[in-house]
Design a protein around this ligand. Structure first.
Ligand SMILES: Nc1ncnc2c1ncn2[C@@H]1O[C@H](COP(=O)(O)OP(=O)(O)OP(=O)(O)O)[C@@H](O)[C@H]1O
Ligand SMILES: [Mg+2]
Length: 272
């Protein structure tokens, strides 16, 4: 129980740190390739979580990273968002090196991590206010932002409730709303719809669709229909490497399947 609380506080601390660093001039929008990795490696003792990853993502693109449990998706996102350092290699996010210019990278990004990052003892409204405060928003701007996000994420009924007492799906919604406060150029969504009911998932797809083209989005998911519905391109990871990259149709063509789930299974199991 105590550890659980400590974990939640730790996640929240990381989250706040992001936003502390996520102030200032937004830069990097002029780069056509918003993410470019160079032989990115993350080694945990004898586990190679990410193995010389080569990944390019274009500006304004919605790129989905798919892969079975343990494929290296979250580790990739953690490196690209400067939460963890690569063992070797580098990546450029908005033109900035994650190893040499992490502060500049953090100014461009918003993150909704796999473990949601709400402060459990604060109300939803207080969570949103806190992040607005970190960004130096005025009272008026804070109020406007909260109204806007409440409407976008349908948070009206939960604004006064303690975030930690909400269901997992609602916490996820709040977490994503918080990641958008800074109006990031690049948004990382690690399993954004995990645990959401069907209606909430479809609502969130609409929110994600409304952001498409305006900002670059990298998301991970285990829901094939989600990747199919939202992505411009998809990368399929296995054992820390990208097995295949392409549009839904390109990947289907590659695997010779009409169905995307069958395509995924074929690529992961047979490497085609
Ligand atoms: N902090 C860590 N210490 C040791 N090993 C780790 C750590 N984080 C991740 N790993 C290992 O790295 C590999 C990749 O994990 P990662 O969390 O990136 O996978 P994932 O693709 O996000 O999986 P999932 O779909 O289950 O979220 C796994 O073998 C995992 O056990
Ligand atoms: Mg993961």
């Amino acid at each position: 129980m105590k550890n659980d609380r400590r974990d939640k506080n730790k996640h929240f601390f990381h989250f706040v740190c992001y936003f502390m660093c996520n102030k200032g001039k937004q830069n990097g929008g002029e780069h056509m390739e918003v993410i470019k990795t160079k032989e990115l490696v993350k080694q945990y003792k004898n586990i190679t979580a990410v193995d010389k990853l080569l990944l390019n993502m274009k500006q304004g693109e919605l790129f989905s990273l798919l892969g079975v449990n343990g494929a290296g998706k979250t580790t990739t996102i953690k490196m690209l968002t400067c939460l963890t350092k690569p063992t070797s290699g580098d990546a450029f996010v908005g033109g900035y090196s994650i190893t040499k210019e992490p502060e500049q990278v953090k100014r461009l990004i918003g993150v909704s991590p796999q473990e949601t990052a709400v402060a459990p003892n604060l109300s939803v409204e207080e969570n949103l206010e806190l992040i607005c405060g970190i960004h130096g928003f005025s009272k008026e701007k804070t109020k406007k932002k909260i109204e806007e996000l409440s409407e976008q994420f349908d948070l009206g009924t939960v604004l006064k409730r303690k975030a930690g007492k909400l269901s997992g799906g609602w916490q996820r919604r709040v977490s994503i709303a918080m990641s958008l406060i800074s109006e990031p150029k690049i948004l990382f969504l690690d399993e954004p719809t995990l645990g959401l009911d069907v209606i909430a998932r479809h609502d969130l797809w609409e929110v994600i669709r409304s952001l498409k083209g305006k900002i670059s989005i990298i998301l991970t998911t285990h829901y094939m229909e989600e990747a199919e519905a939202l992505s411009d391109r998809i990368g399929i990871m296995k054992e820390g490497r990208l097995l295949a990259v392409g549009t839904v149709d390109e990947l289907k063509g590659k695997a010779g399947c009409d169905d995307f789930e069958a395509t995924f299974v074929s690529i992961v199991k047979e490497g085609v």
